[in-house]
Design a binder for this molecule. Structure first.
Ligand SMILES: Cc1cc2nc3c(=O)[nH]c(=O)nc-3n(C[C@H](O)[C@H](O)[C@H](O)COP(=O)(O)OP(=O)(O)OC[C@H]3O[C@@H](n4cnc5c(N)ncnc54)[C@H](O)[C@@H]3O)c2cc1C
Length: 397
């Protein structure tokens, strides 16, 4: 008599996507003692996680939209990342020039920085100051005509792609497995768990997992469409953000400027011996291959020229990444940047989809995913705590 083979899981958690959120979840779940398999269709940080502004920050500008919780939690994460990734995350001086006629005057900036320092628990690194006029000459050719004041504060900077690779390396040290060039094409749930089908080297392979985390970033909805049964979803908008790279080197740090045409905050950032300027907010229709538009490039060149009239505007490079924002009416700027987790069951989800979130908050997002999915998995022997585990130092790519 023939017996059907018992359903054997290959892993406890299958993570779809090796962007910062996917690798963060892989690390957290492996640290919590579970068997993890990451499936990434391309390579780590191939998507948005190599196209961010590369800031590890609370986000001073989110104070304007009253996102206190996000700012406080991101500043807390910044502190942790400074400890566990000292080679990858550094505090950098940020300069806010205040010109006559700007929307945000000196008192608004002062109030914002005071609140930012407060939400950062008034740590020494949270201090800010107003630069003396004598110091303006040392600000990389910043326009001084109409300049009323320059405020300096400190915040974090990283190499986003390297951070993503370091978190993945840490996950692998904790036992997680990763398949690159492995595109998930479908997944079906039954009473045991999930059967995922993925394409790798023109072959279609299967993976059995007890639970699944959809960390596809801008592809989150597209992946959800190929899951059966179809999980609950969140209505989202994809919003492109472009950065341009220019030849000059910035010596004094990062500049947080106001775009003269629309008052948006735009950063001018030292990046690998060059200058990076960004970003924009441009609605996108598809998650595939976002590219900067001519208008976005012109807009960013205009902001740079306005503040650094003698700087070179010969374009070295330009790239775009996609934000996943909750669908809503009104300004993109005012939309929440908080992460949202959507499970397929209210108490014991075997599938969790990650919508949105920040690079800075990857660890806290992963902790929330862990909390959500553990009821389906049961207890496991914890291997490490990601809040204290030092990230491995990787050779430069
Ligand atoms: C312009 C811009 C600037 C930003 N600046 C900052 C900043 O300075 N600081 C900050 O904290 N945050 C910033 N963010 C936010 C941050 O970059 C993102 O929230 C974060 O990188 C998203 O990571 P993710 O893992 O969700 O997505 P992604 O990095 O896009 O990763 C998703 C991965 O899933 C893979 N994938 C997709 N479909 C499949 C499939 N079917 N099978 C297998 N794999 C699949 C993709 O190849 C990709 O690698 C910025 C965002 C943008 C757009």
């Amino acid at each position: 008599m023939l017996f059907a083979m018992a359903w054997q899981p290959d892993c406890d958690v299958a993570v779809i996507g090796a962007g910062i959120q996917g690798v963060g979840v892989a690390q957290a779940m492996a640290a919590a003692g579970y068997r993890v398999q990451v499936l990434e269709k391309d390579h780590p940080a191939a998507g948005t996680s190599s196209k961010s502004s590369k800031l590890i920050h609370g986000g001073l500008r989110y104070l304007e939209t009253f996102q206190w919780r996000l700012v406080r939690s991101s500043l807390h994460e910044r502190e942790i990342l400074l400890r566990i990734a000292p080679d990858l995350v550094h505090m950098v001086p940020f300069h806010i020039p205040v010109y006559r006629g700007m929307r945000r005057g000196p008192w608004t900036i002062r109030a914002g920085l005071s609140l930012y320092a407060l939400l950062g628990n008034l740590r020494p690194e949270a201090r800010f100051s107003k630069l003396s006029k004598d110091a303006w000459a040392g600000l990389d050719g910043l326009k001084t005509e109409g300049l009323r004041a320059v405020y300096r504060y400190f915040d974090g900077q990283t190499d986003d792609a390297m951070l993503c690779r370091a978190v993945l390396a840490s996950a692998c040290e904790l036992g997680a497995e990763v398949a690159l060039g492995a595109e998930v094409i479908s997944a079906e749930a039954d009473s045991h768990g999930w059967t995922l089908r993925y394409r790798k080297n023109q072959e279609v392979l299967e993976l059995h997992a007890r639970t699944v985390v959809n960390a596809g970033g801008p592809f989150v909805a597209q992946i959800a469409d190929h899951l059966s049964p179809k999980p609950p979803h969140r209505a989202i908008d994809l919003v492109g953000g472009t950065h341009i790279e220019l030849p000059g080197k910035l010596e004094a740090g990062i500049y947080y400027t106001e775009a003269p045409s629309d008052g948006r905050a735009v950063f001018t950032i030292p990046w690998k011996g060059h200058t990076m300027v960004g970003t924009t907010e441009h609605p996108a229709r598809s998650p595939e291959n976002p590219v900067p538009t001519e208008q976005e490039i012109e807009y960013l060149l205009g902001v740079y020229r306005h503040h650094f009239p003698a700087g070179s505007t010969e374009l070295v490079d330009a790239w775009a990444g996609l934000r996943v924002l909750p669908r809503a009416d009104g300004s993109l700027f005012r939309r929440s940047r908080e992460v949202t987790l959507v499970g397929n069951h209210p108490r014991r989800p075997s599938l969790v989809s990650i919508y949105g979130g920040k690079l800075t908050g990857y660890r806290s997002t992963a902790a929330k995913v862990e909390e959500t999915i553990v009821p389906s998995l049961g207890p496991a022997p914890r291997r490490a705590d990601t809040a204290t585990l030092r990230l491995p130092k990787l050779p430069l790519a």
